[in-house]
Design a protein around this ligand. Structure first.
Ligand code: ADP
Ligand code: MG
Ligand code: ZN
Length: 625
């Protein structure tokens, strides 16, 4: 598709502007050509007034160099060059005044009053008028260009990417095969709309991309445009809502108008939840009317599409739960494409995509990295590869080594290492026992994920870290695995209590997580069969699948609440006893491992096992802080 003619109104404006400029040039040159007379005019208007008889007298005495008659105005130029002025009756002619003496050499000039007056009275106005118009146009144009001004509020602020500028294709989007499959249809429609219209198929109008932040929604939308080779109009929902009421709606109108002119094309509305929230809902504060009008305009525009409209509206959100139902009705965003956080395979592919444009060293194993990055989104993985490149450059290397990527993972996942942070010896020692406690208990719990690494280097706000890598992403979990997880989480506190006979605040995060697991065992998974039965308690609000948990609505009795609390307490108490048992049984080994850890600060699985038993274990991703 050729470069779209996006700005015809501006071009027209240009022509008007140059025409005015031309008029101005002509007028100003005329003005200049009459300049000598004008300077004379000035002298005339300031001339001294004298009786008419005085002029007649000086004429006859030959003391004048010229007489100028303009209507009833009479000007006389003295031999000295200065002027005097007087008035005559309109009926008086040169003859009656006696200025027509053929022997007198003084010339008498009669000016054409009409022409002179026209120039005198109107030329200035004309020039001024043209100047004002020119200035006005110039101001208007520069405002339009700057776009940031209140003058341009009705114009859409959509960013437009020409078809030829979009290099993104599905190849750049790793994983999310299901989403790509669904969007393939839209690509095909944009490429050959006739195929669909000929058969009478209803054309999709809108597709809503739903996914957690950083999962590649924007990227996918661009890729659809890139695959189809059509222009891409993008705007963010929040940009509609600004400054004045009614602006959003007129922006929408403008955006759709531009898009239709450039069809086939894609309109992409990012963060549509900013305008598309449920209407009339409580608690969102002001700006309702504005948002509502904007939303209504979007709906109206989409309804206005006929069969021939080859514009597809894509939108992205991470809050599908708050969207107005009107947006989701057929004929609007009737296709919903869910984009999940990447699984192991997808993570490896995404890492590979972002390794493509970087100089990678030999022997890089991205699978190991993928295993360490459970729960991270595409944007995080991109960030990791970028950080790795920065580390490599910092170390003065020409290519990226595995170590750089590992370092980057730790930085991105946990905040950067703070070797410099001073922690006193006691604190360090407690941290070491705490982490080794996690490691030993986790290692001894059969269902627990294999241990990966122990570290007492402080990162972010966590003093130490013990990593466990799951063998694969798991979608179902057994009751025993939950219990083992809780046990492992309590290993840190158990070690602290056994060794120091005192307890610290260091385990607060562990306790929180252990409690959360126990609570969902009771409330969501029906794992307290005897007391609570196989019943779900509490209604979840919103998209837990998206990592956005809006909390629970309590829909159970006081009695059930007591039972839930009792289950949580019982479960955690039992696992704590179990964890302490593991630690006590391995007290001496723990001492050796802690001593070693305090020395080397970071301990790998191999180093741990060398002391603990001497056996190889497969690697894997999950951390217990
Ligand atoms: P979202 O719009 O969902 O918040 P983005 O599309 O803006 O996420 O993603 C941010 C960046 O993360 C992208 O520009 C891309 O570099 C990277 N990214 C995210 N998902 C993927 C993916 N599946 N494949 C490759 N890169 C990805
Ligand atoms: Mg985005
Ligand atoms: Zn801990």
């Amino acid at each position: 598709m050729a470069s779209p003619n996006l700005l015809p109104p501006q071009r027209r404006q240009n022509q008007v502007f140059s025409a005015l400029l031309l008029i101005f040039l002509i007028a100003s040159s005329v003005y200049y050509m009459t300049a000598p007379e004008r300077s004379e005019d000035e002298k005339l208007t300031t001339a001294k007034e004298v009786p008419l008889s005085e002029i007649t007298q000086k004429y006859s005495q030959g003391k004048l160099s010229e007489i100028l008659v303009r209507g009833s105005n009479v000007y006389a130029k003295m031999l000295s060059g200065s002027y005097v002025q007087s008035y005559k009756e309109l009926g008086d002619s040169i003859g009656t005044l006696g200025w027509n003496d053929p022997k007198n050499p003084t010339p008498v000039r009669v000016d054409n009053i009409e022409l002179k007056n026209f120039f005198k009275d109107h030329l200035g106005d004309l020039v001024f008028f043209i100047l004002m118009i020119g200035l006005g146009m110039w101001v208007f144009r520069s405002l339009a260009r700057s776009q940031s001004s209140a003058m341009s509020f009705g114009k859409s602020r959509a960013r437009v990417a020409d078809a030829k500028d979009i290099k993104t294709t599905f190849k750049d989007v790793a994983g999310c095969d299901e989403a790509k499959n669904e969007l393939e249809e839209i690509v095909d429609f944009l490429k050959s709309p006739k195929k669909y219209t000929a058969i009478g198929a209803k054309i999709p109008r809108g597709a809503l991309l739903v996914g957690a932040p950083g999962t590649g929604k924007t990227l996918l939308a661009r890729a659809v445009a890139g695959e189809a080779g059509v222009p891409f109009f993008s705007i963010s929902g929040s940009e509609f809502v600004e400054m004045f009421v009614g602006v959003g709606a007129s922006r929408v109108r403008d955006l759709f108008l531009k898009a239709k002119r450039n069809a086939p094309c894609i309109i992409f509305i990012d963060e549509i939840d900013a305008v598309g929230r449920q209407r009339g809902g409580a608690g969102f504060g002001g700006g309702h009317d504005e948002r509502e009008q904007t939303l209504n305009q979007i709906l109206t525009e989409m309804d206005g599409f006929d069969k021939e409209t080859k514009v597809i509206v894509m939108a992205a959100t991470n809050r599908p739960d708050v969207l107005d139902v009107a947006l989701l009705r057929p004929g609007r965003f009737d296709r919903r494409v869910f984009i999940d956080k990447p699984d192991l395979v997808a993570r490896k592919l995404i890492l590979e995509v972002h390794a493509r444009n970087k100089k990678m060293g030999k022997g890089i194993d991205l699978e190991v990295i993928a295993k360490q990055t459970v729960g991270l989104a595409g944007a995080d993985l991109e960030n990791i590869m970028n950080e790795a490149a920065i580390f490599a450059a910092k170390h003065g290397m020409k290519t990226i080594a595995q170590g750089d990527i590992v370092e980057a993972v730790e930085k991105v996942a946990l905040g950067s290492e703070k070797r410099s942070r001073k922690i006193n010896e006691k604190e360090k020692s407690i941290t070491a026992y705490h982490e080794v406690g996690h490691a030993i208990v986790g290692h001894l719990c059969e269902e627990s994920d294999p241990l990966h690494k122990i570290s007492i280097i402080s990162r972010g706000f966590a003093l130490g870290v013990t990593w466990f890598l799951p063998k694969e992403d798991q979608y179902t979990t057994t009751k025993q695995k939950f219990l083992d997880e809780i046990c492992g989480l309590l290993g840190g506190r158990a070690a602290e209590e056994i060794v120091f006979h005192e307890i610290t605040t260091g385990a607060s995060n562990d306790i929180e997580r252990a409690s959360a697991i126990a609570r969902s065992m009771a409330m969501r998974y029906g794992m307290d069969q005897e007391e609570l039965g196989i019943v779900s308690y509490g209604e979840r609000q919103g998209g837990a699948a998206l990592g956005v948990d809006l909390g629970m609505t309590r829909n159970y009795s006081e009695d059930a609440a007591k039972k839930i609390d009792a289950f949580v307490q019982r479960t955690i108490a039992a696992q704590y006893v179990r964890a302490k048992g593991f630690i006590e049984a391995n007290r001496s080994k723990m001492e050796t491992i802690v001593a070693k850890l305090l020395e080397i600060e970071t301990m790998s699985l191999e180093e741990f096992l060398e002391i603990f038993e001497g056996k190889k274990v497969e690697k894997k991703t999950k951390k217990i802080v």
